[in-house]
Design a protein around this ligand. Structure first.
Ligand code: CA
Length: 527
């Protein structure tokens, strides 16, 4: 089956029926012939038309239900040690929205993001994703392969983007009119890398819960693991107590934002001290914390500091992120408590010290951080001057969950504020870069706060029509049913209940300038 035929037939028939000549149809290359493309450093392994219906991109994958498309599988080798696999999925000409989308990865990736590709394809996008140059989420690939670390850190997405744009051009007979990048977590890191390093790649970028301060965050993972595990490496705080802690934190801090609704709007204002949960009897009981558990929690909230100077190396995790669900992005379990050794310890073993036997107990925070930032500066995407991206007309939409237990939102906000300072203030920055904070949302999704919203449509309106997003309407869904909506406001604005109507409906909220703590009226709103 060749999915491009309908357009070709239509053009060929026009003269026969005596109608006025239509504008020349772009002369695209048929799907199968894309395999013969010669792009420097790119090998196209296959190009196949895929019929509409269920499709499994790999033998192990759950089938996706997709419209018809052309699947291109390729490998980029920008260096002799590179092996960057990527795919481009192309809608047939009549279904194409004229745009290209690159989609981001999670963790250390090692896999093409088929689900995200499917979402983009269904919207009519030509879409690309890469495995970032290695297989699997393990970090051993970096041992003895510094070029592969660079591929992971920034090069793979860029070479994927450049090659994909050419493949789209050849398939459709013209370049895409607009290009977008959409990613969360490591995808948010990739989004920031693209905006900072390759401002020409994308017209619009969505950066969700961005793990862009990667080196310091890795030091914070190590610090939090040490703080929450005993000498034998066993977790000090049992899993069952994490949810108990979140309940106590929310109870203590819910009303600070002026509305008692089970959500802490800004955990920076919550100073809950876990000593309040310390067991009175001195024993270890389910509903309270031992002194050691109190200390472990405090250190996780406080973050990692230079032991000599007291300088904050990286923020701690927000109050309210301890445990509010079972998914990996909804508690301290997956990235702090559950791992047998510090999360991402492979960074030290395979990327930094090239010593697979490196012992985390030998960490010297000051010396080793300085060394890491000197040796692997490209692993962090923390450039504050985004002038080149702004100048080329790029638009950047960033969002993050205020209860994220993986990438602390305080760091995301601090980065945004630092960019604003560099770029001439908040107002000038909002011309091209807007941050939306989602209270009560976990890592990229989930949580008690409204956490489902269409950031891409908002970004398209901004890029294509010049309509900058003032708010995003977010929904909270339980068992497939929307039970709460609320606007996510442009930072530093916050959503304030108007005082009448249900506090579960977005229409009853306004985005307003935040007011200092202590000057708010607290309301308990009903439905
Ligand atoms: Ca609240």
């Amino acid at each position: 089956m060749t999915v491009r035929f309908p357009v070709a037939f239509a053009v060929a028939l026009l003269p026969l029926v005596g109608q006025a000549a239509a504008p020349a149809a772009p002369a695209g290359t048929s799907c199968a012939n894309l395999a013969a493309l010669t792009i420097p450093n790119i090998t196209i392994k296959s190009a196949n038309p895929i019929a509409a219906g269920p499709f499994s991109p790999t033998a192990a994958a759950t089938p996706l239900t997709l419209p018809a498309f052309c699947r291109v599988e390729a490998t980029a080798r920008p260096t002799s040690d590179s092996e960057i696999k990527f795919e481009v999925w192309l809608p047939p000409a009549e279904a194409w929205n004229g745009k290209f989308q690159g989609v981001g990865n999670g963790g250390y990736s090692g896999a093409i993001g088929y689900t995200a590709m499917a979402t983009a394809l269904r919207r009519g996008y030509a879409v690309a994703s890469t495995d970032t140059g290695h297989a699997g989420d393990d970090m051993k690939f970096g041992q003895g392969h510094p070029e592969k670390v660079i591929d992971w850190a920034y090069r793979s997405v860029h070479v994927m983007t450049e090659a994909s744009k050419l493949i789209v051009r050849n398939a459709q007979g013209k370049f895409a009119e607009r290009s977008y990048f959409v990613g969360c977590s490591s995808g948010g890191h990739q989004a920031m890398t693209e905006a900072q390093r390759y401002p020409e790649d994308y017209d619009g970028i969505v950066a969700g819960d961005p793990a862009n301060n990667r080196i310091r965050q890795t030091f914070a993972f190590l610090h939090s693991w040490i703080a929450t595990h005993d000498k034998e490496g066993k977790p000090i705080i049992p899993q069952a107590k994490l949810q108990m802690m979140t309940k106590a934190v929310v109870e203590a801090c819910d009303a600070i934002d002026g509305l008692k609704d089970g959500i802490i709007d800004d955990p920076r204002r919550c100073q809950f001290d876990p000593v309040k949960l310390q067991c009175k009897t001195g024993s270890d009981e389910a509903a309270c914390l031992t002194p050691a558990q109190v200390e472990a929690a405090r250190k996780t909230y406080d973050g990692v500091k230079n032991p000599r100077t007291g300088e904050q190396i990286f923020t701690g995790w927000p109050r309210g992120s301890e445990g509010f669900g079972e998914a990996p992005g909804q508690s301290w379990r997956a990235y702090i408590m559950d791992p047998q050794e510090p999360m991402r310890v492979g960074f030290f073993k395979y990327f930094l010290f090239h010593d697979p036997n490196w012992d985390y107990r030998t960490i010297d925070l000051e010396r080793d951080l300085a060394y890491a930032e000197q040796k692997l500066p490209f692993m962090a995407a923390v450039e504050r001057d985004l002038s080149p991206f702004k100048k080329r007309g790029g638009k950047l939409l960033m969002y993050t969950g205020w209860s994220d237990p993986v990438v602390p939102p305080q760091d995301t906000v601090a980065y945004y504020e630092a960019v604003a300072k560099t770029m001439g203030g908040m107002e000038r920055t909002r011309e091209f870069f807007r941050l939306f904070m989602a209270p009560g949302m976990g890592h990229c999704s989930g949580g008690p706060g409204p956490n489902q919203f269409d950031h891409l449509t908002a970004l398209e309106q901004w890029v294509e029509k010049g309509v900058a997003p003032e708010k995003l309407i977010a929904s909270h869904v339980t068992n497939g049913k929307v039970d709460r909506t609320r606007p996510l406001c442009v930072y530093p604005q916050v959503a304030r209940w108007k005082g009448t109507g249900s506090s579960d409906e977005a229409a009853n909220f306004a985005c307003v300038a935040d007011v200092p703590a202590g000057t708010r009226r607290t309301t308990t709103a009903g439905k």
